[in-house]
Design a protein around this ligand. Structure first.
Ligand code: NIG
Ligand code: FE
Length: 412
């Protein structure tokens, strides 16, 4: 079973030597081969190179990519696609002048989603989430991280994580699960945040670990949600069970969460719309990936993560969607890449690196996806005929994807 892609106008993100992630000025380098071929065998990238060297063996399938480009599928390292219903009402409330914070204080926000999710059966939740997963695969995503955090009771958090597990079993794309029990203090614990944290630490985290329901642990470290001390408490508890931190920090206020993440060897620190110079220094010479979520900034009209400051300080940066019902009801990585270029002044090369290899690193999948490298999964985007890869972010809001392949199989 071998498939040949021939006459590829440009094969993008080609790495013969494996890289874990790219940072600083290296983010502006995007290696490509013009007029290329690529061979897929048993779901993996088996070979690639210039058309002059194209093999002539009999292939099961030959795809003529004349005028089209091939790149690795997007790696979306931060989503909340398992949720129930939507929050369209709050969208209109915000148009009419209420802030995200005011809506949350009136019982909306995360607590509103939790109420809906608690009342939804596991089967129904699976079906709603499956539709979102299929939607993002068609938009070119080939690896995704999914968080819990809209359950906020032991039963509902485990229900979310079991839905993620079922998605992992039933779909070919790489999926990683994150336990985000500390997303908000549930109303039953309104004046007893400590009690909720103890429930997570003593009851829920051990069950998540025993059932192997998550690889990562997350917390919303933010004024009005969870403090830096709460963050350290939860990360410490997760660490005992081998759960690696990937945390929500610096979305609205900078309270020292980045430093706490680094201290606990977080794989990633995500959001970072508000960054102090100390936060940038804290990330230097560490293995923690900063992750920006520009669709969230767009939807909430909040500042964009200062990508230039981060990259110009020599750091790496990954891009993800944050697909969720409250702050980012969109899982479109093409829009994320465009918005990063338009609003965050990232070059197309930086944005594509951030949305592929750096995103892969931010979910521990850098040896599986994120580049065109022999032995990696053949998770590929075949574009429509385009003149340059810069046209992908340039033509914002349009879809330049012709076909998506996951493990070498074309997605219907
Ligand atoms: O990443 N910031 C915290 N959590 C989500 C949004 C939560 C919600 O509004 O439902 C986020 O933006
Ligand atoms: Fe998020």
């Amino acid at each position: 079973m071998a498939t040949l892609f021939k006459n590829i106008k440009e094969l993008i993100q080609v790495r013969t030597e494996p890289v874990s992630f790219v940072s600083g000025t290296a983010m502006n380098e995007l290696p490509t081969i013009k007029n290329a071929f690529l061979v897929v065998e048993n779901g993996l990238i088996a070979d690639f190179g210039s058309m002059d060297l194209c093999p002539t063996t009999n292939f099961t399938e030959v795809i003529d990519a004349t005028g089209k480009m091939v790149l690795p599928t997007w790696c979306d390292s931060h989503t909340h696609i398992v949720y129930a219903g939507n929050r369209e009402g709050e969208f209109v409330d915000r148009i009419n002048g209420l802030s995200y914070e005011e809506i949350a204080n009136n019982g909306g926000g995360i607590l509103n989603s939790a109420k809906k999710l608690q009342a939804t059966s596991e089967e129904d939740l699976y079906n709603q989430s499956r539709a979102r997963l299929e939607e993002i695969i068609q938009l070119g995503t080939g690896a995704v991280e999914i968080k819990s955090g809209y359950g906020l009771t032991e039963e509902a958090e485990l229900k979310m994580l079991r839905v993620i597990k079922r998605l992992k079993e039933n779909y070919d794309i790489s999926i990683k699960a994150t336990f985000l029990g500390a997303h908000a203090v549930p109303s039953e614990y309104k004046n007893n945040k400590e009690g909720y944290l103890q429930l997570l630490i003593n009851d829920v985290i051990p069950k998540v670990a025993a059932e192997k329901l998550a690889e990562y642990i997350d917390i919303f470290c933010e004024t009005g949600y969870f403090s830096v001390a709460d963050t350290e408490l939860i990360l410490e508890a997760g660490k005992k069970y081998g759960l690696i931190p990937k945390i929500h920090v610096n979305q609205f206020t900078a309270i020292g969460g980045v430093e706490a993440g680094v201290k606990f060897n977080a794989l990633s620190v995500d959001h970072l719309e508000v960054m102090n110079p100390e936060d940038i220094v804290a990330l230097q010479n560490t293995s923690t990936m900063p992750v920006a979520l520009p669709s969230c900034s767009y939807f909430l009209s909040i500042p964009y993560t200062p990508a230039r400051k981060i990259i110009d300080a020599g750091l790496p940066l990954a891009l993800a969607t944050d697909y969720n019902p409250g702050s980012t009801p969109s899982g479109n990585m093409n829009f994320v890449v465009s918005t990063a270029c338009i609003k965050m002044k990232m070059t197309p090369e930086e944005a594509i690196n951030a949305a592929t290899i750096n995103g892969a690193y931010a979910m521990g999948l850098e040896s599986e996806v994120g580049t065109i490298t022999k032995g990696k999964l053949a998770n590929l985007i075949l574009t429509k005929p385009i003149n340059s890869y810069g046209f992908i972010p340039y033509s914002f809001g349009a879809n330049q994807i012709d076909k998506v392949f996951i493990k070498g199989k074309e997605v219907d």
